[in-house]
Design a protein around this ligand. Structure first.
Ligand code: CU
Length: 187
């Protein structure tokens, strides 16, 4: 009887353990599935949030001036990949470096390029222009650009939106144009 009890206890323990494992495994799978779904949802929400920022906070119109709040971070990313303005509109663009790395390691600027500019070619030429804020000396490809800034800094430029069309903008710090570029669309 004592042995039977012991055996039963062991059996129960095994059952509990296996049940526990099974449950754990099931839970893990469930979490995994939910996690995946949640991740997709989150991504959707992020996308929506990004769109809201794009049309809301990041681009604001007031008193005939369109304020663009562009940010660059330590991950070599701009917050905006597309900026839409109207031809002839006064554009005030504030570039904020929301990262912490210094200018010599993770400098960012905003360079608006003329139509027809080869972005790769320009980016490569800019990379050699360290003595000129990474703007190729004597270039005629630039419509307007900000100064180069480091983590925690911000800079603002004001200019008149050029004629209707699609323009490229980049950060001209060496290698950054590959990720840090977007379309400046003038309607
Ligand atoms: Cu940059």
């Amino acid at each position: 009887m004592k042995n039977l009890t012991k055996t039963l206890a062991v059996l129960v323990t095994i059952l509990m353990v296996s049940c526990g494992d099974e449950k754990k495994e099931q839970e893990t799978i469930t979490i995994g599935e939910e996690g995946t779904i949640e991740k997709i949802d989150t991504r959707d929400e992020d996308q929506t949030a990004a769109d809201n920022v794009e049309s809301g906070e990041a681009i604001q119109r007031q008193d005939g001036v369109v304020q663009i709040n562009l940010t660059g971070d330590d991950m070599m990313k701009f917050n905006l990949n597309e900026i839409r303005v109207k031809a002839g509109e006064t554009v005030r663009l504030t570039l904020t470096h929301v990262g912490q790395l210094p200018e010599n390691a993770m400098g960012h600027n905003f360079v608006l390029l003329k139509q027809g500019t080869d972005v790769v070619d320009f980016g490569q030429r800019a990379a050699t222009a360290s003595g000129n804020d990474y703007i190729p000396e004597g270039t005629n490809n630039v419509i307007v650009h900000t100064e180069m800034i480091g983590g925690g800094e911000e800079t603002t430029i004001e200019f008149t939106a050029p004629e209707a069309g699609t323009y490229d903008y980049i950060c001209s710090f060496p290698g950054h144009y590959i990720q840090m570029q977007g379309k400046f669309i003038v309607e």
